[in-house]
Ligand binder design. Structure first.
Ligand SMILES: Cc1cc2nc3c(=O)[nH]c(=O)nc-3n(C[C@H](O)[C@H](O)[C@H](O)COP(=O)(O)OP(=O)(O)OC[C@H]3O[C@@H](n4cnc5c(N)ncnc54)[C@H](O)[C@@H]3O)c2cc1C
Length: 455
């Protein structure tokens, strides 16, 4: 079948928060846009599923929390009339460490004073290194090469022999990237800390605010504004470009435009067929930005039984499949939901065996919260590495060397082809906030050209 053809000013590839933000900005500024989305839904890595009859009874399978300072996502929620509520935090938390399950109050796990003192020292050092990075271009820091030549694990290992402290830092990297500390460049980690303001803010505050009814309402509302300009079930396969024009092809349509914005996770952008081929540096960058691997498992109970036992539903473990659990109930507290994260190499053994993963999750939850955790009413698991139009999560990370060699290519347009997606953001890369910022940036670049001269 011959594909249909159509023309517009800007064709956007991907209807996640980044692509939708860019498209909406450009459309509001009077340019014509088409958004091509592979899935049958918008939102990409933001996905909510219902767990009850009420509109607020949803669980987030992907992007979930916002934090203080994430102005863009919070402003969009306000614009669409979506209320926020704090993550549940009343009661005591659970720490499973060295074969024991212990309860503790406050935000600091009972790791022993020696470990806590070591953590405070490491955190101070991390905060001070992070504060010295140029905000949008960490690869320009004076010590960038040295910081980018080592993984977080190597840096931590050189500073402490304390096994508990190493495990805690391991957990921190998994929480941020869904990757192991042996995989992630120290410079990349410091840049994430810099975005948040401090290590403490990255690990705690960034997970403090939830959206009533779930964050997937935000991309849904943006797409509703754009109406028929968003075309679902359109897998983009080719991008043919020359100065001033570009044509983007799916199996059904060929869209000709003055500009394109590719708003995909980097490994998926690398799978598009570009003619002429991408310049070497851009391609080298795309070869170096793997996605983390994360399985997010929401386990639903009739009621949040742990709350009546004085627990807040938060659990940390320094070993095992499930190392982080959070109370993920809707604002009403009905039904009760615990969300378990399986991050980095912990997810590997379950790649082909979701039932074994479910058993492991229930075993872990029962260990943390007691026998009632073994009687859920439903379980909702998403293994993001298995999602063909995402292929991992939370986002991509930089292994050693990638940022200093190719970081400058992250947002450099190639002729009429511009780049968006959370991984290209100067602030909060990897987060919903970063996705929105990246869409704004790409739209601003194109509007600058549209208002100035020909592209
Ligand atoms: C489990 C999980 C938990 C997370 N938790 C949080 C959190 O609590 N807070 C937070 O801020 N962030 C969180 N994130 C990260 C956040 O969800 C992402 O940073 C953000 O949603 C990325 O948006 P994006 O538009 O850049 O990319 P995406 O959402 O990945 O959008 C890309 C779009 O492109 C589409 N696409 C792919 N290939 C093609 C193709 N060939 N043709 C056409 N379309 C294509 C995809 O279907 C997708 O819709 C989480 C992510 C995951 C996976």
């Amino acid at each position: 079948m011959t594909p249909d053809t159509a023309a517009c000013d800007v064709v956007v590839v991907g209807a996640g928060l980044a692509g939708l933000t860019a498209a909406r900005r450009l459309w509001q500024a009077g340019l014509s846009v088409v958004v091509l989305e592979a899935r049958n839904r918008v939102g990409g890595r933001v996905l909510d599923v219902p767990v009850g009859p009420g509109p607020d009874e949803v669980v987030e399978q992907g992007g979930q929390w916002a934090g203080p300072g994430q102005q863009r996502i919070l402003a969009l929620a306000r614009e669409f009339g979506i209320a926020t509520f704090p993550s549940y935090a009343h009661g005591v938390s659970v720490l499973a460490s060295a074969g024991r399950v212990r309860r503790y109050r406050g935000t600091v796990p009972p790791m022993g004073w020696w470990t806590l003192a070591g953590y405070a020292r490491l955190a101070r050092r991390i905060d001070s290194l992070a504060a010295g990075l140029p905000p949008a271009a960490p690869w320009r820091a004076a010590r960038a090469r040295e910081l980018d030549a080592q993984t977080v694990a190597a840096w931590v290992g050189a500073r402490t022999a304390n096994g508990r402290l190493r495990m805690f830092m391991d957990l921190a990297v998994r929480v941020v990237y869904g990757a192991d500390p042996e995989e992630v460049s120290l410079l990349d980690f410091l840049a994430a800390v810099r975005s948040a303001g401090s290590l403490g803010a990255l690990l705690d505050d960034a997970q403090s605010i939830r959206f009533v009814g779930g964050p997937a309402q935000i991309p849904a509302r943006m797409a509703a504004d754009l109406g028929k300009r968003v075309r679902l079930a359109q897998v983009v396969r080719r991008v043919d470009w020359e100065p001033g024009q570009v044509s983007v092809r799916t199996d059904d349509v060929i869209i000709g435009a003055h500009w394109a914005i590719v708003a995909l996770p980097p490994p998926l952008a690398a799978r598009l067929h570009f003619t002429p081929p991408l310049p070497a540096a851009r391609d080298q960058l795309l070869q170096r930005l793997p996605m983390g691997s994360i399985s997010k498992v929401n386990v639903v109970y009739e009621r949040p039984f742990w709350r009546s036992a004085g627990l807040n539903g938060f659990a940390l473990a320094d070993h095992g499949t499930v190392r982080t659990v959070v109370d993920n109930s809707p604002p009403s507290g009905q039904p009760g939901v615990l969300v378990a994260f399986i991050a980095g190499s912990d997810a590997d053994m379950y790649v082909d065996d979701p039932q074994a993963q479910t058993r492991a999750v229930l075993r872990a939850l029962t260990g943390f919260f007691g026998e009632p955790a073994n009687a859920p009413v439903s379980i909702h698991a998403t293994d993001w590495a298995a999602e063909p139009w995402t292929r991992g999560g939370y986002g991509s990370y930089s292994p050693p060397g990638a940022l200093t060699r190719f970081g400058g290519e992250r947002i450099r347009p190639i002729g009429p082809v511009h780049w968006a997606g959370t991984e290209t953001a100067a602030e909060w890369p990897g987060y919903m906030e970063g996705a929105i910022a990246s869409g704004e940036h790409a739209a601003t670049e194109i509007l600058g050209q549209a208002n100035g001269a020909t592209p």
